[in-house]
Design a protein. Structure first.
Ligand code: AP5
Length: 220
């Protein structure tokens, strides 16, 4: 029973900025052990290292625009080819119809079909609240919320790194990210609904409540 769930979870975590994709991915990894593929994390690492991809991506990311499809498609394909046999939790990819089509092709070639697209729904005012209150460790990426910071509010309690605000969590960028999501990414809801793999989750309430809903939906 549930063999695929425990051995090779193959899902996309879908939703607007701040919906909790990264948070739920962390919990799913703990429970099911599938590799996490976050195009946002991969791009931020490239920016921090100053690679060619990072240099190209930086200005799009700071403004809250999408990085060009050809760049992210290549990143996702490479990662899937490396780790996909152990399953995958795709987080933040795909975000456009061309990305979804490229993913379908890549997964067909790898013979690793998608089991579900888990879409996390949160009202816009709550998204703005989550994003404006988010702080992250510049060292290990650990997330924090204003109001629940460590005793030294600039020092990560896991690794001692500096706690900062993500450049794209500034109000102007958040506003643009939400508009970009509405325009360029929401068409994928119909795309995946038509493919019969969309699972829609109410992602309001506590992190654990949301996780409970996700696990229950995946178990069906
Ligand atoms: P990316 O890093 O993927 O950002 P995003 O999609 O905007 O998502 P976030 O990381 O902001 O939010 P999340 O849904 O993961 O929420 P989280 O769990 O952190 O992408 C960044 C940029 O990279 C893009 O803008 C784009 O430029 C580029 N990019 C990436 N992928 C791309 C692609 N495929 N194509 C083109 N460009 C791409 O939670 C947010 C906060 O809320 C946290 O503080 C968390 O603690 C809190 N929280 C979570 N759940 C709850 C809850 N239930 N209740 C209260 N608080 C909660």
């Amino acid at each position: 029973m549930l063999y695929w769930l425990y051995t090779r979870l193959r899902i996309v975590l879908f939703g607007p900025p701040g919906a909790g994709k990264g948070t739920q991915a962390g919990l799913l990894i703990e429970k099911y052990g599938a590799p996490h593929i976050s195009t946002g994390d991969i791009l931020r690492e490239a920016v921090a290292k100053g690679t060619e991809i990072g240099k190209e991506a930086q200005s799009y990311m700071t403004k809250g625009e999408l990085v060009p499809d050809r760049v992210v498609i290549e990143i996702a394909k490479q990662k899937l080819a490396e780790v996909g046999k152990s399953g995958y939790i795709l987080d933040g990819f795909p975000r456009t119809v061309p990305q979804a089509e490229a993913l379908d092709t890549a997964l067909a070639e790898l013979e690793l079909p998608l089991d579900a697209v888990v879409s996390l729904a949160v009202p816009e005012d709550e998204l703005v609240k989550r994003l404006s209150g988010r702080r992250v460790c510049s060292g290990c990426g650990a997330p924090y919320m204003v109001g629940n910071l460590p005793e030294d509010p600039e020092k990560c309690s896991s690794c001692g790194g500096k706690i900062v605000q993500r450049a794209d969590d500034e109000p102007e960028s958040v506003k643009n990210r939400l508009q970009v999501y509405a325009k360029q990414t929401t068409p994928l809801l119909d795309y995946y609904r038509n493919h019969g793999v969309l699972i829609e989750i109410d992602a309001t309430g506590s992190i654990n409540d949301v996780f409970g809903r996700v696990v229950a939906a995946l178990s069906k």
